[in-house]
Design a protein around this ligand. Structure first.
Ligand SMILES: NC(=O)c1ccc[n+]([C@@H]2O[C@H](COP(=O)([O-])OP(=O)(O)OC[C@H]3O[C@@H](n4cnc5c(N)ncnc54)[C@H](OP(=O)(O)O)[C@@H]3O)[C@@H](O)[C@H]2O)c1
Length: 208
């Protein structure tokens, strides 16, 4: 798949490197793509650094959203013409101390964090994944053949569900489907699946 990484820090950088190693074509992006050269050099496979605009214009199959949560409003408005029908995997989390009032408003609303993303990127197909795992574990616990770490994920439709599962499994994690976006409350900060790097059975027990 061609994957546009929107926000190439702890999460986007590590995921992009894993996906390049798995054989996917990765476009790392941020507001400062000139700072992403090391990521490209460290990538074992097909990867390059581009502006966010170039990433959205590149007609990728999947976009990983891995910016601070507060960037959602502006990104969804600025690139509204580009992501229609595309899959967005949302790895973001709302933290009011970092993201300000908009994050607090989402937390206080009836919407899960992923439902807000899906509402903003309304013409895309949104999935939620990789927001519950610590960046160091994402980096160090991928590529296992046994004792795999389970990654909970949710998706809006079959296509986003299948591609997200594949992108989890391709890098040596176990994909555990939690349901559609209405089911993602349990993945949000401080909820029961958040920050838990455990195997499938333990994760499924927590979901009961
Ligand atoms: N760290 C973790 O353990 C962890 C775990 C799970 C989920 N998350 C979530 O994943 C997201 C990313 O976290 P992170 O730790 O990877 O953050 P990070 O290391 O600070 O990386 C953020 C990336 O987004 C870019 N960015 C920042 N503001 C932007 C904006 N307004 N528009 C576009 N790009 C912007 C940054 O580059 P420029 O500033 O150059 O644009 C950088 O490439 C957050 O929502 C976080 O809550 C983090």
């Amino acid at each position: 798949m061609k994957i546009g990484v929107i926000g190439s820090g702890n999460i986007g950088g590590n995921l992009g490197k894993h996906w390049a190693k798995a054989g996917h074509e990765v476009l790392f992006s941020s507001r400062h793509p000139e700072e992403l050269g090391d990521l490209v050099r460290e990538s074992d496979g097909k990867a390059k650094a581009v502006s966010i605009e170039e990433a959205f214009e590149a007609n990728a199959d999947v976009y990983l959203l891995a910016t601070p949560y507060k960037a959602i409003d502006r990104l969804s408005e600025l690139y509204a013409g580009e992501y229609g029908g595309k899959i967005i995997i949302d790895a973001t989390n709302p933290y009011p101390e970092r993201d300000g009032d908009m994050a607090q408003e989402v937390k206080d609303s009836n919407r899960n964090a992923s439902e807000y993303t899906a509402m903003k990127f309304g013409t895309a197909k949104t999935a939620k994944a990789f927001n519950t795992i610590h960046a160091e574990h994402l980096k160090d616990r991928a590529w296992r053949t046994t004792d795999k770490v389970a990654i909970p994920y949710a998706a809006q439709d079959e296509d986003s569900k299948n591609k997200t599962r594949q992108l989890i499994e391709d890098i040596g994690f176990d994909a555990v489907y939690v349901g559609d976006l209405r089911s993602t409350k349990q993945m949000d900060p401080d909820q029961k699946l958040y920050g838990k790097s455990v195997g499938r059975q333990e994760l499924e027990d927590m979901m009961r």
